[in-house]
Design a protein around this ligand. Structure first.
Ligand code: V47
Length: 374
């Protein structure tokens, strides 16, 4: 960390004092951090905060992602993954058998999985009973494998199709074996922008309410923010403040994942000067501001799939403490032009962490630390 004089010279003295004394930052502080040209100064504050929480640990998970379908009734303009119907080019909808086969293959090749991450589009016809049967089948075969599945957006969709409350959907999925929920679909909460980006999707209030309902049932969840598209810094800070407020109420967010918008095959087109590799510094800054603003959310993930391996490693020095996992198969980022690998071995993840100067700690879906890497 730099000296108080250094921060004073950059207009960050009061933020420096708050960070070093553990005081909460406010909305204006978040804006100040985005506006400060000295990224290293902002990063050092975030590194101080992450070190206080996690020391030199960086978490990773031996996991398998499965997207059950990309058919989706929502029509989000940033999404390159979705298709209108099963007959469209590139559309897919896996059967329960397909999914079980993929889990079995991953379990056998990795010797043990610590997270199964299942998400998909909002399919117009798959009923809640199909998802309950799927969870029961996986749990029947692998009772110790924690299943992280279904974003608040999918939960809202299942409830609408079944004509029941989201709370009941969550209760039924929990009874069928749901252990944890991923944080997708939060996008950006600002109502005006959200209406432009994803008009049909569950709105900000619903997304937060459903996360809170999950927490009240003892289901931990993650949270995300899609950034680097049409949003302003004020809308990013507002998004972080709303997550922090929800966490004050319900307490079940385990991890925040900042997701940089990837533009390939997306209907949303940005000028070249606002997109691609040149956004790396903004990505690091967003990770750092998230660590500093989200004082009540334990983990910040540098999701290597969307950030790319190099930026993800660097982000570990800008407030992030988690890299996600082995993944094996990923569609959402790669259909939007992600250049990262499709999966990573446990050894590759561990050496990525070690070469960045940190200590790898293996975890499961709910962030229980398992044995540390050698
Ligand atoms: O909800 C969609 C985003 C999310 C694009 O909770 C895009 O542990 C960038 O949420 N460019 C899905 N992003 C991924 C996600 C996630 C991933 C890994 C771990 C966890 C977790 C959650 O990806 C979507 C949306 O916000 N997304 N399109 C795009 N073109």
């Amino acid at each position: 960390m730099f000296t108080a004089e250094y921060y004073d010279a950059r207009g960050l003295l009061s933020i420096y004092k708050k960070v070093t004394s553990g005081e909460r930052l406010n909305f204006e502080d978040g804006i100040g951090l985005f506006n400060c040209p000295d990224l290293a100064a902002v990063g050092a504050l975030a590194h101080h905060a992450r070190t206080a929480l996690h020391g030199d640990a960086v978490y990773y998970v031996v996991n398998r992602q499965i997207n059950y379908t990309n058919v989706c009734v929502n029509n989000c303009i940033f999404c390159a993954f979705r298709r209108d119907s099963e007959s469209d080019d590139g559309a897919f909808a896996l059967s329960a058998q397909d999914i079980l086969q993929r889990v079995r293959a991953a379990h056998d090749s990795l010797s043990r999985l610590d997270e199964l991450h299942i998400v998909g589009g909002c399919h117009p016809a798959l009923p809640l009973s199909w998802f309950e049967a799927l969870l029961r089948a996986v749990c029947g075969d692998y009772p110790d494998l924690p299943i992280k599945a279904f974003t608040p957006v999918e939960i809202a969709h299942f409830a609408k199709l079944a004509g029941i409350s989201t709370h009941t959907v969550l209760q039924r999925l929990k009874a069928a074996g749901l252990a944890m929920m991923p944080g997708g679909g939060a996008e950006i909460f600002d109502e005006n922008l959200r209406t432009r980006l994803c008009p049909r999707k569950a709105d900000a209030e619903d997304w937060l309410r459903i996360s809170g309902e999950a927490h009240s049932l003892g289901i931990k969840t993650n949270c995300t923010m899609l950034f680097g598209h049409l949003e302003t810094c004020a809308q990013r800070v507002d998004h972080l403040c709303r997550l922090r407020e929800q966490q004050d109420k319900s307490g079940g967010f385990a991890c925040f994942i900042p997701l940089p918008f990837l533009m390939e095959n997306s209907a949303l087109k940005l000028p070249e000067a606002q997109s691609g590799q040149i956004r790396g510094l903004d990505q690091l800054r967003t990770v750092a501001v998230a660590r500093l603003m989200l004082d009540n959310i334990p983990h910040i993930k540098a999701y290597w799939v969307m950030l790319g391996e190099k930026t993800a490693q660097t982000a570990l020095w800008y407030g992030a403490d988690d890299l996600d996992g082995t993944i094996i198969e990923e569609h959402i980022g790669h259909m939007a032009g992600a250049h990262s690998a499709n999966g990573m071995t446990l050894r590759e993840l561990e050496s990525m962490i070690r070469l960045s100067g940190f200590r790898p700690v293996r975890r499961n879906a709910v962030f229980d630390a398992l044995e540390s890497g050698q």
